[in-house]
Design a protein around this ligand. Structure first.
Ligand code: ATP
Ligand code: MG
Length: 420
C-alpha cells in the first residue's frame, strides 16, 4: 500500500516497497544479523533491520553496524538466544554476541527515544510500542526505514524513501520539538548530511540555528563524541562549513568562531582539507589529533601575537576553557597540548642551532609529527620539512622514536644519589 501522506504523525499506514522494487540484497547484510532476524521471525516475532543499516544499504554504502528492532520483549529475546545479554537501565536492549567480539544490538519496538531529555526512571513496560511508534521516535526520516525479514520489503512510515532520493536530512515531526527533546540530534543532523553529501531541510536548519545554544543541555561526552565523528570520515570541511552556517560552531567553539570572523577561515579549511584527504586514503587519526587540527589556527595566531612566551603554558591558557566545556578526557588534553606546543619546533628544522635529536626522543613525537603532517602538508616547503623529519625518525634506528623516560624520572637525572 502506498501512502503519500507528508505529515508523519498522521500516517500510521506505511509505504511498503516489495522485494523486487528496492536495492537491498541479503548478501549485503551481515550474516550474523541475518541469523538473528530469521530466528526472531521463526519464533513468531516481527523482526526488522533498522536505522543506519537500512539507510546505507539503500544508498549502496556499507553500513557501520546492523541494528535490529523486534516485537519480542527483552526477556523473550533472552530466552531465544543463549548468547544474549540484556543491557541498559532506562531501556533494556539485548546484545547478542558472536565470534570475534561482534555484537548485534536488538531492541524492542518502543514509543520514546532513549535519548529524550526527560530523564528519570521509566518503567520499561510503558515504553514498548508498535512498529509505527518505533519509526516516529527516531530522529531523521532517512534513519527510520525498516527492512522486514518476513517478506524482504522496505517499510517507510515517515517519508524517508523520498528524502533519501532527494538527499535530504529531515527531522521526523517538528524540528523545534525534536531538537529540544535531544539537542545532540542537531549535531547528528550535521554529521549525516556532511557524511552522505545531503542537505538539511530548511525547517530543521532554522530550528538548529534557533536552538544552537541548547546544545549545552545535551550530555557533554555526547557532544564531544559527535564532533569527533564529524571529523573522522573524510568530510570534515563540509561538516565544518555546516557548523559555521548553522551557528553550532559559535555555540560549541566560540573562540574559533570569533577567530574566523577576525582573520578568515582559510587556515581552518586548509588543515581540515588535508585531514579529509588523508582519511579518504584510509588513514585513521586519534581523537587528540582531530581536535588539535581544529584548534591549531586559533592557537597559532595567539602564539604568534605573544611570541617568546612559554608555548606549553599558552596551550593551557587557551585551551583549558574549551577542554572544560567539553569535558575532554585528561589524556587527550595532554596529547593535544603537547602536539600543538611542538609545532614551532617542527618548522624550526634547518635553522641555526636547532637540534632535532631532542625532539625525536619525546614521548609525544609521533602524535606531534602526525599533526605537523596535516598542518604543513599543504605547501611545497612544508612537504619538504615533513620528508626531512620522517627520514630523521627513520635514522633513529627502529623507525620508532625513542621513548622518553617518564618525566618524573627525568627530573631526577641530574641529581646526585641521595639528593632525592
Ligand atoms: P551510524 O552510521 O553512525 O551508525 P545510525 O543512523 O545507525 O548511523 P546510530 O547512532 O547507530 O545511528 O543509531 C541507530 C538508529 O537509532 C538511528 O538510525 C536512529 O533511527 C535511532 N537513533 C539514534 N540516535 C537517536 C536519537 N538521538 N534520537 C532518535 N533516534 C535516534
Ligand atoms: Mg548505526
Amino acid at each position: 500500500m502506498i501512502s503519500t501522506e507528508r505529515d508523519p504523525h498522521n500516517s500510521s499506514v506505511p509505504r511498503t516497497i516489495p522485494r523486487k522494487a528496492h536495492r537491498i540484497s541479503r548478501k549485503d547484510i551481515d550474516s550474523d544479523a541475518l541469523k538473528v532476524l530469521y530466528r526472531l521471525n521463526r519464533h513468531g516475532h516481527i523482526a526488522y533491520l533498522v536505522g543506519g543499516g537500512v539507510r546505507d544499504l539503500l544508498l549502496k554504502r556499507s553500513p557501520k553496524d546492523f541494528d535490529i528492532s523486534t516485537s519480542a520483549h527483552p526477556n523473550e529475546i533472552k530466552r531465544i538466544f543463549s548468547n544474549c545479554r540484556l543491557i541498559g537501565k532506562r531501556f533494556r536492549l539485548a546484545h547478542i554476541y558472536f565470534r570475534g567480539g561482534k555484537i548485534i544490538e536488538v531492541s524492542t519496538f518502543r514509543t520514546i527515544s532513549e535519548f529524550a531529555l526527560d530523564e528519570g526512571p521509566i518503567s520499561s513496560d510503558n515504553t514498548f510500542g508498535n512498529p509505527a511508534e518505533d519509526a516516529f521516535r527516531r530522529d531523521f526520516t532517512v534513519n527510520a526505514l525498516f527492512y522486514n525479514i518476513g517478506n524482504f520489503s522496505v517499510i517507510d512510515y515517515v517519508g524517508g524513501l523520498e528524502d533519501l532520493k532527494n538527499r535530504v536530512i529531515r527531522c521526523i515531526g517538528d524540528p523545534l520539538v525534536r531538537f529540544r527533546e535531544d539537542p545532540i540530534r542537531m549535531l547528528r543532523g550535521v554529521r549525516f548530511a556532511s557524511l552522505l553529501g545531503f542537505t538539511i531541510d530548511a525547517r530543521s536548519q532554522k530550528a538548529i540555528y534557533a536552538l544552537r545554544q541548547d546544545i549545552w543541555k545535551g550530555a557533554k561526552p555526547r557532544i564531544l563524541d559527535e564532533v569527533l565523528r564529524m571529523f573522522s570520515r573524510g568530510t570534515g570541511v563540509t561538516a565544518f562549513t555546516m557548523m559555521e552556517e548553522l551557528g553550532l560552531l559559535e555555540s560549541i567553539f566560540p573562540e574559533i568562531d570569533r577567530h574566523i570572523r577576525r582573520e578568515g577561515r582559510e587556515d581552518y579549511i586548509g588543515t581540515i582539507s588535508c585531514l579529509d584527504r588523508e582519511q579518504s586514503k584510509g588513514r585513521d587519526f586519534p581523537p587528540a589529533i582531530l581536535l588539535a587540527v581544529l584548534f591549531y589556527p586559533y592557537f597559532h595566531s595567539v602564539a604568534e601575537r605573544t611570541a617568546g612566551s612559554d608555548t606549553v603554558k599558552l596551550t593551557r591558557e587557551i585551551l583549558s576553557p574549551i577542554f572544560e566545556r567539553l569535558q575532554v578526557p585528561r589524556r587527550i588534553q595532554d596529547t593535544i597540548r603537547q602536539a600543538l606546543a611542538a609545532q614551532g619546533r617542527f618548522f624550526a628544522l634547518g635553522q641555526k642551532r636547532y637540534r632535532p635529536r631532542t625532539m625525536l626522543g619525546k614521548s609525544y613525537f609521533d602524535d606531534a609529527l602526525m599533526l605537523f603532517e596535516l598542518i604543513a602538508g599543504g605547501t611545497e616547503e612544508g612537504r619538504k620539512l615533513i620528508g626531512d623529519w620522517r627520514s630523521l625518525r627513520r635514522g633513529g634506528g627502529s623507525g620508532q622514536p625513542r621513548r622518553r623516560k617518564r618525566r618524573r624520572n627525568r627530573a631526577h637525572e641530574g641529581q646526585r644519589p641521595g639528593q632525592r
